[in-house]
Every structure is written in structure tokens, then in C-alpha cells.
Design a protein around this ligand. Sequence first.
Ligand SMILES: C[S@@+](CC[C@H](N)C(=O)[O-])C[C@H]1O[C@@H](n2cnc3c(N)ncnc32)[C@H](O)[C@@H]1O
Length: 480
Amino acid sequence: MTATDHAERYDEVPYPPLVHSLSHPRTVGAMATLFGLAPTLPDRARVLDLGCASGSNIISLAAELPGARFHGVDISASAIARGRAFAAELGLDNVTLAVADLYDDLDLGEFDYVLCHGVFSWVTPALQERLLTLAARHLAPNGVAYFSYNTFPGWHLVNLVRQLFLRRTDPTLPPLERVQQAREVLAAHVTTALDGSLLKALLLHEQQVIASVSDEYIYHEHFVAEHHPVYFEEFAARAYAAGLTYVSDARPDFVLPETLPPKIAAALAPVSGTLAVQQQLDHHLNTRFRWSLLCRNGLTPRLTIEPQALAALHVSLPRDRDLAVYADRAEITNGDGRRITVNDRVVADILAHLRERAPASVPIVDLVELSVPGGRELAGSLVGLFFSGVTVLTTAPIVAAPQLPERPRVPPINRLQAARGEAATSRVFLSQRLDALGSRLIPLLDGTRDIAGLAATLGEPADVVEGHLRVYLDAALILP
Ligand SMILES: C[S@@+](CC[C@H](N)C(=O)[O-])C[C@H]1O[C@@H](n2cnc3c(N)ncnc32)[C@H](O)[C@@H]1O
């Protein structure tokens, strides 16, 4: 498949305009800081996005961070044209988008963050090398690169479904009709698979995954001819050969063995070396996707986390965390719903404090005195909760309403996204899908109307409007 074929596929079925929460510089930067690096703060960062499609990720970042600069490149001229039109409509002057083939010998300057999301696994091995070389070439001395990619061993199983789709659907159908046929083929195979069989369990699991993603996403995930998942160790070795050293993954709950379920932690305890630990972790968890962070060769990410590294960070609690505080302990869920017990009363109080402000962040130094011994222990507990997937650490604050304001307000980008029928980027950098009423409601949230006013303008009952607003409050769309 040539680069031009590739562009045509993306022109035919545009990639959905979404954001990727783990790629936010405040999130990438927090992880890099914990591992001893000194990344640039988001508000003055220079960010390069390789294979940016219509630039939805960096346009949302540019709208939030007017002091930072963003540049995206993609081979799809139509995607770049859509992105430029969107950025122009928002009046952004800190984001540029260019049509370019990443195979070419590009020299785009120096960047504090290089992002490459959802590209690496879907291009030829030769272009994979090129992406790593380009990232190394463009990274500032303290820069951090973010690569997401499909991994083995997880993809050995998912490949069974991909092959089912490729072989049992009609290649002459228009792309999205073929995806519809793929959904039907999967449903039929779930029905016929023998009860209790390995196949049934796998197909049921994949059916659940596929139910939660768009047709366009399925098309690019399963029907693109080039598809090359890699083992983590292979990725890290190829990155190193290109000039990049593995730092950590951006998703915190798969990083430290000691925060994984105890039997996996015990199995990993004798393993030494970051790369070996990470690879074995993938075998235990059957990992299918990674969000890996890399720095320039020559920098040495720390192996242990110093409490002092937290001094410049902010901590927050996503609103979906379920917290119960008892006299002697607290229990809190992580992002996967796993219940974690906190035995320290002070940590429990901090969680309760964060819950009240959620999803907004609080500077860690406002909660913990890091220079005293007790403070360092407390910092250790907060780091543990971060790597257990409970709290979120960032290098810049998360600004969002903890309660519904009288006259709710969202930023202009959300009003425009809603008016275009697209998902809205939340303050915690997630894409929030909007239903028909949401697409009419969000454009009205400029802070001039209360619930009665919104209901009257929309011609909808006030309780229905309030219900929607509460969903968007929980989704961190509303400004304080
Ligand atoms: C799955 S999309 C990911 C888009 C975006 N990074 C995101 O995650 O939302 C992959 C993108 O890589 C781009 N791409 C593939 N091969 C390319 C090449 N040789 N040069 C530039 N862009 C390329 C495609 O056009 C497409 O927009």
C-alpha cells in the first residue's frame, strides 16, 4: 500500500475528530517529572503532532493553551483542510497544519512534545522507523515524545476478530456498510460459538469493545491493510536505535508492578530492569495497546520516584471515583472500578477534599508539606494512588466546575464542536459525545442563561435540561 493509497483511505472515511487525554502535555509532563525529567510547562510548550488527521487533538490544546504553539502534519489534504477551517473559525493563531508525507526528510524545528497517536501500528515498518527518527530529530533536549500503538501479546487474540472481519465481509461494499456487516458477522459468531468455549469468551469481549466505538474507528482499526502491532521490548529497542529512550507509559495504572493486583506484583517482583518488567507485565495483562513516553538518548529516567518531584504537580480526582470514608479507613474506586482501601486517615481526608472539588485540581503543595518526614510519606501515598489509577497528576491545573453554576458556561470551542455535531472536548481532555439535545444545548452555554432561560430557548422541560447539564458537569465540560 502506497502513501497515496493511505491518504485516499483517510479521505474516503475521515478519522473521527477526537482528543486523546493521555497526550495532553500536562499529563505527559507529570509522568516525565515523576521519572526525574524536566519537561516544559504546557502554557509555553511547542508541540508537534505526527499524523494529526484533522488536528482535532492539537486544536483543542491550542484553544486551551494560547501561550503554547502547535504544528500538525498529515498526508491527507482533506483532513488538513478541515482542521485549518476549524482553527480559523475559532480564531486560533497558535496552531498550524501542513500536508506532508512523513516518509519525506522533514525538518520542522524543535519541539518540547512530539505526539504520534494512532499512527505507528497502521503504517509500514519502514514508516514506523521514520516516525521514531522524526520524533528524535525534532525533540528538544528536555522534550518528551508520546507514541501510542497496538501491542502483542494482546493483539494475537484481537487478530482473530480482525481476520473474521477481513475474510467474512464483502470487500466490494462501501467502507461503512462493510463495518455494519462486520458487526453482524461478529454477532452471528457470538451466537454460534459453543457455550463455555474460549472462542465465545473472546468474541463476547470484542463485541463489547466494538459496541463502544464508532464505525469510522472500526474501519481504520480493522480494515486498513497495513497493521503491525509490536511487542513492547521490540518497540523500546527500535526507539533506542532511533535515538529515544523509554521513560514510562502515560497510562499510570500499568506502570509500577507494586500497584498491580497482588499476584501479578508478586510474579514481577524478581524481575529487574524497566524494559523487562514492562514486557513481562504485558504477558501478565495480555496488553493490546500502549501509550509510551520517550526522551532523547543520553537522559536517564529515574528508577525510583522522589517525593520532591511532586512539588510542582497538581492532583485531582475524576468525578466517577466512588469514595466512602469510614472512621478508620476510606475505600475508593480507580478508573477500572477496582476498589482500593486507604488506611491512612490523613490520605482519606485529602481524598474527601479532592472529591468536593472534583474534577478541578489542587496544587500538591497546598495539601502536603513535602520537606518534613510525614509529608514525604504522604507524598508517597499520593504517588501510589496515582499509579493505582485513582488520582490524576498534572503539571498544570485542571480548571472545571465542581457544582453547576447558576448560568453554566463552556469555552467557545465546545459551542462550535456542538454546533458542528461533533464530540465536545472536556476540561479533563476527553471527547464527550453529545446527543441531539446536547448538540442544541451546548451552543447556548455562554454564561448568559440560567436553567429556566435555557429550557425556554430550547422549548424543553427544565428538568430534562438540568439532567443534561448534570451529565455535562460530571463529564467536566462546565467551566467554574
Ligand atoms: C488513525 S489516524 C490518527 C489520527 C490522529 N493522530 C488521531 O489519533 O486522532 C492516522 C493518520 O496517519 C496519517 N498518515 C498515514 N500515513 C501517513 C504518511 N505517510 N504521512 C503523513 N501522514 C500519514 C493518516 O492520513 C491519518 O490521518
